[in-house]
Design a protein around this ligand. Structure first.
Ligand code: ZN
Length: 242
């Protein structure tokens, strides 16, 4: 069984299409939130993911911001500008779809949250201390999160009772050992200095996590962002993946 794990598409349809064609046939898709925000294709990305077979999808902080569900005064001026642009673009039916998405989903073996199981919309799990605190906020063997745009695994270590941080190679096939928190990285705005779209394939039958990366036409996306007058810094960062 192959379950496609994607997160932080951020309205980048070119990156999303590259991931879908690179992944090939999958049995289900689990999307960990932030379908929109930053990028030039919010409506197209929302419509595209809804076509995926057996889709589970969470709401992320940028999705909530575009729906006016959260106060964006703490966002920096460029991020605010991108949110306001996205709000103007969003078709009512697509806004309704985002509004229907949950903050958390629990499957048989895996809990899903955009940021963290403790604070699903906002918390970044960037270090082992935060990860360790989050293990008591889900009961399944595994938890999948996005939000930081950094592909990483936080593994509970039974020998020293601590939590290990593992930065996986690309591509690699990781044998999943309970309990652990997995982040597939970002499809549409990677921040680990690798501009390629990041995603994962989860196989619940063999308990494996396959890390994958795919190149996409970055200048094509940047041209659409320039035409839409989106902030220059958001356009530039796609070239280097930060
Ligand atoms: Zn994001």
């Amino acid at each position: 069984m192959r379950i496609l794990i994607i997160s932080d598409i951020h309205a980048n349809l070119t990156a999303l299409e590259a991931v879908l064609s690179d992944a090939g046939d999958t049995d289900a898709t689990w999307c960990l939130g932030d379908v929109i925000g930053y990028g030039p294709d919010p409506n197209e990305c929302i419509q595209r993911i809804q076509q995926m077979p057996n889709l589970l999808c969470l709401i992320g902080n940028h999705d909530a911001a575009a729906l006016n569900l959260i106060d964006i005064s703490s966002f920096n001026p460029e991020a605010q500008q991108a949110v306001l642009w996205t709000q103007r673009q969003l078709a009512p039916a697509n806004a309704d779809y985002l509004r229907s998405l949950p903050e958390r989903i629990t499957t048989e073996h895996v809990s899903l949250a955009h940021g963290s199981p403790r604070y699903p919309i906002w918390e970044y799990i960037l270090d082992t201390r935060t990860a360790a605190q989050n293990f008591s906020h889900f009961e399944t063997s595994f938890c999948f999160v996005g939000h930081s745009h950094l592909p990483v695994i936080f593994q509970k270590n039974s020998s020293h009772q601590g939590t290990d941080l593992i930065v996986p190679e690309f591509p690699s096939l990781v044998e999943m050992k309970p309990r652990a928190i997995f982040n597939p990285g970002s499809v549409g705005q990677p921040r680990d200095r690798d501009p390629r779209a990041a995603y994962a394939i989860f196989d619940p039958e063999t308990s494996t996590w396959e890390t994958r990366r795919v190149e996409y036409d970055v200048p094509d996306v940047q041209a659409r962002m320039t035409a839409a007058n989106l902030p220059d810094r958001h356009i530039q960062r796609l070239s280097s993946g930060w």
